[in-house]
Design a protein around this ligand. Structure first.
Ligand code: NDP
Length: 301
């Protein structure tokens, strides 16, 4: 029997409806959520992600502003720009598209963004709040999207063994931090694997929920998956395909055709984690605007 497909587009649409309502409420109070995206350089993949983010904002009625800067844009100029945006009351979220060119120190950029406008949730203040389990920070879009994907599709992780393959700062590590929290939407037992993990297959075979975030085509084979496991494929790998309209297409890390015969549920690529990442960024922008409004309403002390 084939696995149930966890439809990321459908779940993202549910969240979109909720955001539409929240944005209408903000507008009725005179606030339009605003997001600035800064792209340094002309990397085609980054340009395409930035366009997708702009499009998602437009569809929802979020004011968005994309600043395209040349590849030799200096670190000092970028820091100056972020400082201005930190002070701009129309802008609630600031996102610097990664990766930035090598002459720019990423950690300086991440720390320069006001944590209250850090919708990517990369600032150490937000990373720390996530780990401690404080709910007033932002959660990073992809791992938060995976949590929503699982809970809204009826796959509770509480008490389950979640095995995450990949320990990057944008997916693996934060996902582990989110799913191990002491709350009803988490409470999982989490194992994180990486390229130095020994006997990987022995560990993935223990997973009730297996998440792959490594960026390697067909890496997760059916013999690495326990019968009835839930499989989340974060991988987004571009492969040549002369039959595709653009000559290429995206596939995940999981050998989908074989694994879907063994898993009880699985996310497809495309149409699984990808749509969730974008909508969770939109949610963070709306949250940033709501918090800004709340701060405005607070009496000055
Ligand atoms: P990184 O390259 O930053 O991290 C990859 C991780 O995989 C590392 O921790 C690495 O281990 C681990 N790894 C690599 N090879 C192996 C192996 N043979 N066995 C076990 N672990 C291995 O990638 P990202 O986290 O940024 O992205 C991962 C994938 O997810 C990519 O395909 C990316 O495009 C996709 N992605 C998709 C998103 C979406 O919205 N759909 C969002 C973000 C990412 P080590 O640390 O030891 O090097």
């Amino acid at each position: 029997m084939g696995a149930k497909i966890i439809d990321g587009k459908e779940i993202a649409d549910q969240i979109r409806k909720d955001l539409t309502r929240r944005i209408a409420k903000l507008r009725s109070e005179g606030v339009t959520p605003g997001l600035t995206v800064i792209l340094v350089g002309d990397d085609p993949a980054s340009s395409s992600y930035v366009r997708m983010k702009g499009k998602a904002c437009k569809e929802l009625g979020i004011y968005s502003h994309t600043l395209l800067k040349p590849p030799d844009y200096s670190e000092g100029s970028l820091l100056g720009l972020i400082e201005k945006l930190n002070d701009d009351p129309m802008i609630h979220g600031i996102l610097v598209q990664m990766p930035v060119p090598e002459h720019i120190d990423v950690s300086k950029i991440v720390r320069a963004i006001d944590p209250d406008k850090d919708v990517d949730a990369f600032h150490p203040v937000n990373v720390g709040k996530m780990l401690i389990g404080e709910s007033d920070g932002f959660l990073p879009a992809t791992p938060h999207g995976i949590q929503e994907l699982l809970s809204r599709s009826g796959h509770k992780v509480a008490g389950k063994h979640v095995v995450i393959v990949g320990r990057s700062n944008i997916v693996g590590k934060p996902l582990a931090a989110i799913l191990m929290q002491k709350n009803q939407a988490a409470d999982a037992t989490v194992t994180v694997c990486h390229s130095r993990t020994e006997n990987l297959k022995d560990i993935t075979l223990q997973a009730d929920v297996l998440v792959s975030a490594i960026g390697k085509v067909n890496f997760i084979k059916a013999d690495m998956v326990k019968e009835g496991a839930v499989v989340v494929d974060v991988g987004s790998n571009r492969i040549d395909d002369p039959t595709a309209p653009r000559g290429y297409r995206f596939v995940g890390d999981v050998d989908f055709a074989a694994v879907k015969e063994k898993a009880s549920a699985i996310t497809p690529v495309p149409g699984g984690v990808g749509p969730m990442t974008i909508i969770m960024l939109m949610q963070n922008t709306v949250q940033a605007a709501e918090k800004a409004l709340e701060r405005q309403g607070r009496p000055k002390v």
